[in-house]
Design a protein around this ligand. Structure first.
Ligand code: AMP
Length: 517
């Protein structure tokens, strides 16, 4: 049984004073790091890089935003600098749960490896296999893959894993959520036993501990703070709202909270699509990413968001996990995430690199347990959004009378002036869109498509998965009881954050904070 050595960052000040040169990286890498503009290693880099260079196994308990990618990519480049590549036998393997993360790690390799002669291949679902197979045939030093596509090519005999002496399992807890653990166990069993393994995970639930015990040998354990929970740059709110008022509430905040760029998360991809359509038809510059969209379109959509062509990205967890997009001013959880870790990941898309960010989580009555779990995990009671929290200085009292349109740059006032000429959406359409949704209509195959896109074609046994994330059935969000009963129940709630109609913002009833959060 493996032994875990626990490393604590007892004196972060010492680590802060460290430079990249102290970590034992080559001159070529130091040059690439300087070109990337990094002046000092992050905590996880300071802890991990020397150990990886000494060929030790690593457990890194860290999430995106901590600099964890460079903590394995940088030393890997130096480790791989000597050695020869062979056809179909990659020398190292990095497993990522999603295509986007895999593509992001590949970008990191290109950036840091610019002064090295290393070949890399990206094996992800949703793109043609031809080029991937060609790259493998020519021999690669680094293979970055999602488990599904890798298993697929392995089973077709296009790839051999017995030359792979360095393995990174990234975002292991996410792999667990997505049902990839059996694939990972299979892949590990095909790699040589004497190899170096690094496992990164934001959390260490028991199945991940078990995976680490089975496949890592005497690993060094490095734990760094959760970036998002301790991130003082993110102001987080929960917005108590009824299901039917979510859309109007979102649109109101989008227009009035000086939103420059926003990611709006929904738990279901069907809702991502629907929401994006509604925002677009109301004049917002929005786009969408979720698992049913092919890889090329997802990348294009991301590029449009990064370039400012659109300023609102409606996203599912799977598609947006770990994305490193600079300057996102707002994150909206249109649905309270069911898994508390997803909350941490979602809000971590804002408040990055020292910038300020605002995160709004919409909480309906049926989300009481989910929000409770989030608050337990983060150790914080999230502030209920109230009128004093709106950026009043930016509010134009007539704002709610006109459909607004977010802009990458420029003031909210400008936007409203521009939109004044736009037609107000017809009541009939609005009434329809505000209605509570019944169980999702998408066929089961469609709901499972995201998972399947990454999954191998061959049948393998998998532990039954709890319905979760995009695959889970939508809860019944219909308010119970008749309207009279509901409104009297509402009046009984003593924790109503914003009595609708009292504030200088939305029309009465527009924001419906009709229950106790
Ligand atoms: P990651 O946690 O790997 O997703 O990295 C988050 C962001 O931090 C990325 O934009 C990196 O380019 C950036 N980054 C990584 N290492 C450093 C560093 N030492 N100094 C400044 N930024 C960094």
């Amino acid at each position: 049984m493996a032994h875990f050595r626990r490393t604590r960052l007892t004196n972060p000040d010492n680590l802060k004073r460290m430079t990249f040169a102290d970590l034992g990286l080559s001159e070529e890498l130091l040059k690439a790091v300087a070109e990337a503009g990094y002046t000092e290693p992050t905590d996880i880099q300071a802890e991990a890089i020397p150990s990886v260079l000494m060929m030790k196994d690593i457990i890194g308990i860290a999430q995106t935003g901590t600099g964890k990618t460079a903590s394995f990519v940088l030393p890997m480049i130096d480790v791989l600098a000597s050695g020869r590549r062979r056809a179909r036998m990659p020398r190292s393997l990095i497993l990522e749960p999603t295509r986007e993360l895999a593509a992001q790690v590949a970008e990191n390799f290109e950036k840091y490896g610019q002064n090295h002669d290393l070949k890399m291949a990206l094996l992800i679902g949703g793109v043609q296999m031809g080029d991937q197979i060609k790259a493998l045939d020519e021999g690669v030093d680094v293979l970055i893959a999602t488990p599904g596509r890798l298993m697929d090519l392995f089973e077709r005999g296009k790839i051999m894993l017995n030359g792979c002496e360095l393995l990174v399992i990234d975002e292991a807890d996410r792999m667990l959520d997505m049902g990839f653990i059996p694939d990972i166990e299979f892949i590990c069993s095909k790699l040589p036993e004497t190899r170096q393994t690094m496992l990164f995970s934001a959390t260490m639930p028991p199945p991940i501990e078990k995976l680490a015990k089975t496949f890592l040998s005497n690993p060094k354990r490095i734990e760094v703070n959760r970036a998002a929970t301790t991130n003082k740059d993110i102001t987080a709110f929960k917005v108590n709202v009824e299901q039917r008022a979510k859309l109007s509430t979102l649109q109101w905040i989008l227009r009035n909270d000086h939103v420059e760029t926003a990611i709006v998360f929904s738990n279901k991809k069907t809702m991502v699509r629907e929401l994006n359509k509604k925002l677009q038809s109301d004049g917002f510059r929005s786009g969408e990413i979720h698992g049913d969209i092919d890889q090329n379109t997802r990348q294009k959509e991301l590029e449009r968001f990064k370039s400012g062509d659109i300023n609102i990205l409606v996203a599912s967890d799977v598609a947006a996990r770990g994305l490193d997009i600079k300057g996102v001013s707002h994150v909206f959880n249109y649905d309270t995430p069911w898994h508390p870790d997803d909350y941490v990941h979602r809000i971590g898309r804002t408040g990055r690199a020292g910038a300020k960010g605002r995160a709004f989580t919409f909480v309906t009555k049926s989300d009481a347990e989910a929000i409770d779990n989030i608050e337990k995990l983060t150790g914080n009671k999230i502030k209920v959004f109230g009128k004093e929290d709106v950026r009043v200085d930016l509010i134009d009292p007539s704002a709610d009378k006109k459909p607004g349109r977010g802009k990458g740059k420029g003031s909210a006032k400008d936007d409203r002036a521009e939109d004044a000429s736009k037609k107000k959406p017809s009541r009939s359409r609005k009434a329809k869109s505000d209605e509570p949704r019944e169980a999702d209509q998408a066929p089961a195959e469609q709901q499972g498509a995201e998972r399947e896109a990454e999954a191998p074609k061959a049948k393998r046994e998998r532990a039954p998965r709890k319905p979760k994330g995009e695959d889970a059935p939508q809860r019944d969000s219909k308010p119970k009881g008749d309207s009279k009963e509901r409104s009297s129940r509402r009046r009984d709630q003593d924790d109503e954050p914003v009595p609708a109609g009292e504030w200088n913002g939305p029309k009465p009833g527009f924001l419906d904070f009709g229950f106790k959060g």
